[in-house]
Design a protein. Structure first.
Ligand SMILES: Cc1ncc(COP(=O)(O)O)c(C=O)c1O
Length: 368
């Protein structure tokens, strides 16, 4: 059994992909070639946004908009400690301060009441200037954007949706990529839409922001590639990765539906999975359950291991307790929901090709 089965998927797309890769070998435009432009058009159309801007990773897709807004020392950017480290890392990298906000114990996404309290406390404290919010769509479930956007408006903050795990998800008819001022996604191979290397994209309806992000992604250049207008970085996507994504896009909706079925089947037997609110459609990047205690989680992990059922702990350490973030001065007990989740959560196999027989054997092992 695979935690994530990329081989079955590859068999489906291999022939047309080889054709596309051969075309690239012939035309030789390896970076930002025609496949990249074709991909950007298709991604924008898929999400229903004006601009899809590809880049070299999900991390850069978060970093570039922060750079465009000039976020730096003295600025506060609000996010959660229960996410992949990249979400907070990009804030710290620019010399700004990540201000953590705990998550809901149901969806594992940012708690909007606590978000507003954190913003008010930061204003009152006066040391940092609140600038932006990075809500994370954990495991594929979108955060509460209606509320987040109204809080952002009230306090004049920017919003970057961290949709690294949620490309393809939606709230009602509104797809991930359309929330906030800009959204970021990752095409890391394990993501619902992944390439065969690193890749990412930004999505926005803001023409001016799109132009800025496009320039920053190529060393701050626009018309003349040897004359930098703003400080940028090497954040380009290469043509081969775009080719992989173009082929995977052709089966993406079908795969999403298959992930949905896997999710529904799991939930017939389990009542301790991540909560998906009404009218929210997850991309099901991961399927996670919580156990009543750390001891129970460890016992389950041991049992799964003995029965050769792959599983992973996302996330073993909340970011505020990671060594690299000690300088922020947080301590154990500051974010009890995130801390408890890191002790009690486990992710089970999730991919479009997981069979009911395989899920039955996972459930039997859990219930044993
Ligand atoms: C929530 C979240 N944010 C950001 C990233 C960073 O994406 P990448 O690995 O493509 O840089 C990831 C990827 O693992 C992620 O899961």
């Amino acid at each position: 059994m695979e935690f994530l089965d990329l081989k079955t998927q590859q068999k489906r797309i291999r022939k047309p992909l080889e054709k596309r890769l051969n075309t690239i070998l012939d035309h030789g435009a390896y970076i930002m070639g025609p496949e990249v432009h074709e991909l950007e058009e298709k991604l924008a159309e898929y999400c229903g946004v004006k601009h899809a801007i590809s880049c070299s990773s999900g991390t850069d897709a978060l970093l570039i908009p922060l750079m465009a807004w000039g976020i730096g020392p003295g600025d506060a950017v609000f996010t959660t400690p229960f996410t992949y480290v990249a979400t907070a890392e990009v804030i710290a990298l620019l010399g700004a301060t990540p201000v953590f906000v705990d998550v809901y114990d149901s969806t594992f996404n940012i708690d909007c009441e606590k978000l507003e309290i954190a913003i008010q406390e930061t204003i009152k404290n006066g040391e940092l200037k609140p600038k932006a919010i990075i809500p994370v769509d954990l495991f594929g479930v979108p955060a509460r954007y209606r509320l987040i956007e109204s809080i952002a408006k009230k306090y004049n903050l920017k919003v970057i949706e961290d949709g690294a795990q949620s490309f393809g998800a939606s709230i009602g008819e509104k797809k991930v990529g359309t929330f906030g001022d800009i959204a970021a996604t990752s095409f890391y191979p394990a993501k619902p839409l992944g390439c065969y290397g690193d890749g990412g994209a930004m999505f926005t309806n803001d023409d001016n922001l799109a132009e800025q992000c496009k320039a920053i992604r190529i060393h701050g250049t626009s018309s003349d590639k040897y004359n930098s207008e703003v400080i940028g970085l090497n954040g380009r996507l290469d043509s081969m990765q775009a080719a992989v994504l173009l082929e995977k896009l052709t089966i993406f909706d079908e795969e999403l539906e298959m992930r949905n079925k896997v999710n529904d089947y799991y939930r017939q037997f389990l009542n301790n999975a991540q909560y998906i609110p009404n009218n929210y459609h997850s991309a099901h990047a991961l399927f996670s359950i919580t156990l009543g205690s750390h001891k129970k989680r460890e016992e389950l992990v041991e049992k799964l291991k003995k029965n050769n059922i792959p599983n992973v702990i996302y996330y073993k350490y909340p970011i505020h307790l990671m060594k690299g973030f000690h300088y922020l001065g947080y301590k154990n007990g500051d974010f009890p929901i995130s801390e408890n989740l890191s002790q009690t959560i486990v992710s089970l196999p999730m991919h479009p090709y997981l069979s009911e027989i395989e899920i039955d054997s996972i459930i039997n092992t859990i219930k044993k």
